[in-house]
Design a binder for this molecule. Structure first.
Ligand code: GDP
Ligand code: MG
Length: 147
């Protein structure tokens, strides 16, 4: 008897994907939330979001992930200048499957991330590499700053 009044999750965390157009933000989102990859994805117009609920450190966390249309500003500078100071920033180097077209050496990515104090993972939305791990990492970092 009685109503179930429990929420279906313990926390709602918001994540915003930013980066230049074409780097794979929309596919990272669709892979993580729907297990879908699209070779000919349309460019994103405005903002869209999708959600997925998962376990983070034993808590049920609903991740609300916002996908943006890239506009080519200096991303890290913009974030540091305009976003709340208690955000968590992570850098993903996507398309790691395109080995012959590598544009940034892994150690250069790591060195940059370390200098800027960011977590860093190389991902592939196409192969699904490190997509789960990237979201788990950032959601865990968010959980740790609020708990
Ligand atoms: P967005 O503009 O950042 O949202 O980029 P999209 O997700 O629309 O992807 C742009 C193009 O890159 C599309 O043709 C995707 O199929 C492709 N793409 C996205 N992620 C990957 C990836 O991890 N590997 C490869 N090889 N292609 C990808
Ligand atoms: Mg997009």
């Amino acid at each position: 008897m009685g109503h179930r009044v429990d929420h279906e999750y313990d926390y709602l965390f918001k994540i915003v994907l930013i980066g230049d157009s074409g780097v794979g933000k929309s596919n990272i989102l669709s892979m993580f939330t729907r297990n879908e990859f699209c070779l000919e994805s349309k460019s994103t117009i405005g903002v869209e979001f999708a959600t997925r609920t998962l376990q983070v450190d034993g808590k049920t966390v609903k991740a609300q992930i916002w996908d943006t249309a890239g506009s080519g500003a200096r991303w890290l500078r913009e974030l540091r200048d305009h976003a709340d100071s208690n955000i968590v920033i992570m850098m993903a180097g996507n398309k790691s499957d395109l080995k012959h077209l590598r544009a940034v050496q892994e150690q250069d990515g790591l060195a940059f991330a370390e200098k800027e104090g960011l977590s860093f993972l190389e991902t592939s939305a196409l192969e699904g590499t490190n997509i789960e791990k990237a979201f788990q990492t950032i959601l865990t970092e968010i959980y740790h700053i609020i708990s």
